[in-house]
Design a protein around this ligand. Structure first.
Ligand SMILES: Nc1ncnc2c1ncn2[C@@H]1O[C@H](COP(=O)(O)OP(=O)(O)OP(=O)(O)O)[C@@H](O)[C@H]1O
Length: 310
């Protein structure tokens, strides 16, 4: 795979001295969906704004498809589409004019067929003559995406695309992102909804206090950092954990019928075999066994807390 976006040692110090980015480096591969996760104030919007040329970096470099954002700003910016966090649309303008005008701003020649294609892809075609102010919140978000796609960018930034939207619209948005990926667009989205990253990202970056704590394939990350739980269901309830099992840090369920054992998936020995042997030695009979993988949320909370405590 080739990197379509290369960010090197990016530092952003705002007037007043606050360092919102403390040397972020990351490469984004063509065609992937990268989710940047981070709590409020982590630096996600600052990162996007710097890459898109809305704010200037204090130091470091950004290159978009080989074009340096400082030396070759117009070429670099044309490759990028940005869907901002805030809805900033002209209320009395129609959907079609809004999107067509946006394309013109990038100096691209008119292409009604392309505009029709993206409006159809975003289920906005039958609303093309409606004024923006008559649209629902969800439709306005779609118009923001259509605007960002109007000049045929290869890379699309979505800054918290589903902040404050209802569950149904969030799922819609995920489908739209999947469609865009299928049509060849590289997507970087910021979010603090972990389930969003879990649902749609190929890779996940975690950013906190201006630093990229990690960036990794989602599935590998979940495997590498994930704890697993083994739930042991017992034939007969017990009132306390037998002394012979004290070393396993088991948790007894409220009904006395389940024992939960947490283990590290990357450890050489999980301890499961000896646990099962010791359960039998304690005279308990098993009814069922299940394992559960910890979610991205557990991983994220663990990482960010560790960093905050340091
Ligand atoms: N213009 C500015 N001047 C000074 N500090 C700023 C400015 N813009 C942002 N900051 C600070 O930089 C930090 C990062 O802000 P940023 O908006 O990038 O975070 P974020 O990760 O996008 O957060 P959120 O999820 O809340 O949007 C915050 O502490 C913020 O207060």
């Amino acid at each position: 795979m080739t990197s379509i976006l290369e960010i090197k040692d990016l530092v952003k110090r705002y007037d007043g001295g606050f360092e919102a980015l403390k040397g972020v480096s990351l490469n984004i591969e063509a065609g992937e969906i990268l989710a940047l996760l981070g709590p409020n104030g982590a630096g996600k919007t600052t990162l996007i704004s710097t890459v898109c040329g809305i704010t200037t970096a204090t130091s470091g470099s950004v290159s978009v498809d080989g074009n340096d954002i400082n030396d070759n700003f117009r070429a670099a910016r044309t490759i990028i589409g940005l869907v901002p966090q805030e809805v900033n649309l002209e209320p009395f303008e129609t959907v079609l004019n809004t999107v067509t005008f946006s394309r013109g701003l990038f100096g691209k020649r008119r292409d009604p067929a392309y505009i029709e294609k993206i409006l159809r892809q975003l289920s906005l075609w039958d609303k093309k003559d409606n004024a923006i102010r008559t649209l629902s919140g969800g439709m306005k978000r779609r118009v923001l995406i259509a605007k960002a796609l109007s000049h045929e960018p290869k890379v699309l930034f979505l800054d918290e695309p589903t902040a404050g939207v209802d569950v149904e619209l969030r799922k819609d948005m995920w489908d739209i992102v999947a469609d865009l990926k299928a049509s060849g667009v590289t997507i970087i989205l910021t979010t603090h909804y972990i389930e969003e990253a879990e649902a749609i990202a190929d890779r996940v970056g975690v950013i906190n206090q201006g630093e990229l704590l990690l960036i990794e394939e989602k599935t590998a990350l979940m495997k590498r950092l994930g704890q697993k739980q083994l739930n042991v269901e017992l034939q007969e309830p017990i009132s306390e954990i037998p002394a012979g099992l004290a070393s396993y840090d088991l948790v007894l369920g409220e009904d006395g019928r389940t024992l939960t054992y947490s283990y590290d998936t990357k450890a050489d020995r999980t301890g499961i075999t000896s646990l099962l042997g010791d359960i039998a030695a304690a005279g308990l009979t098993l009814r069922d066994l299940q394992t559960e993988q910890s979610s991205l949320e557990d991983i994220f909370v663990g990482l960010v807390h560790k960093e905050d405590a340091a």
